[in-house]
Design a protein around this ligand. Structure first.
Ligand code: HEM
Length: 216
């Protein structure tokens, strides 16, 4: 498994896998497979995949640590950028196919329909993360500030879950399922942060018993 994660082709393979939902959508588009309401179908599919890719991205750090697979980090940026690409398609479907560039109507929608407001907030939160995802931006911001900014992905995922919950109205099982996943990932992260702080404080008190690098 470890070797597989370091191979150049594995990354290319994951990239191709991430494109499958889009390919399937395009294929359906050309084969009359988008159902009675194609705009709705595209919107629901791209919305679902945005949320899935956000969860995949959030899984990388816990899986890296719990399974001791440090090379999983190679996939995090790509998965995050796929989440952003799918939300762009989701938003573009709304902007172009649903609202036909009616900016006044869109603004009214964002202001008046809470589920659109919170979805839009999720999109706005992801925007700076996509822009600053490059090595150049990590250097410019510095590791600590970059990491702090990129924690906004949790808020974007929470906004996505609320958006989904408010949209479906009756059958809330799927939004609750995603909500539970995001909550578990968030609590794991908080727990990890808490234990690392405690071990760092312990190391300061008794340096002779401290591990070589308690922050890892
Ligand atoms: C983090 C950002 C977002 C996520 C994770 C997200 C996710 C989702 C999900 C999961 C659905 C429901 C899919 C289903 O029922 O199977 C959905 C529906 C929808 N989203 Fe989003 N969304 C986001 C942002 C936005 C934005 C920015 C807009 C537009 C301003 C938007 C507009 C819509 C609309 C109109 C629907 C309902 C589609 C329909 O019923 O025809 N979303 N979204």
């Amino acid at each position: 498994m470890r070797t597989l994660l370091t191979i150049k082709w594995t990354k290319a393979g994951v990239f191709v896998l991430c494109l499958i939902p889009l390919d399937a959508l395009v294929w359906r588009g050309f084969h009359n497979g988008l159902g009675a309401n194609p705009v709705e179908f595209i919107q629901l599919t791209t919305g679902d995949w945005t949320l899935r890719f956000l969860v995949f991205t959030l899984c990388i750090t816990p899986f890296r640590k719990l399974l001791n697979l440090p090379d999983l980090i190679r996939f995090r940026r790509m998965l995050g950028l796929f989440a952003f690409s799918y939300v762009c398609l989701h938003f573009l479907t709304y902007l172009v196919l649903d609202q036909s560039f009616d900016f006044a109507g869109i603004w009214k929608d964002i202001a008046k329909r809470p589920f659109i407001t919170v979805g839009f907030l999720g999109f706005l939160l992801l925007l700076p993360l996509a822009i600053t995802s490059t090595a150049g931006w990590i250097r410019r911001l510095g590791g600590k500030r970059w990491q702090a900014l990129h924690r906004a992905i949790y808020f974007a995922a929470i906004a996505g879950v609320i958006h989904y919950y408010w949209k479906v109205k009756s059958d809330v099982r799927m939004p609750l399922f995603y909500g539970a996943l995001v909550a578990i990932l968030l609590f794991w992260r908080l727990g990890d942060w808490f234990f690392r702080r405690r071990s760092a404080a312990g190391a300061k008190l008794s340096p002779q018993h401290a591990p070589a690098n308690p922050m890892q």
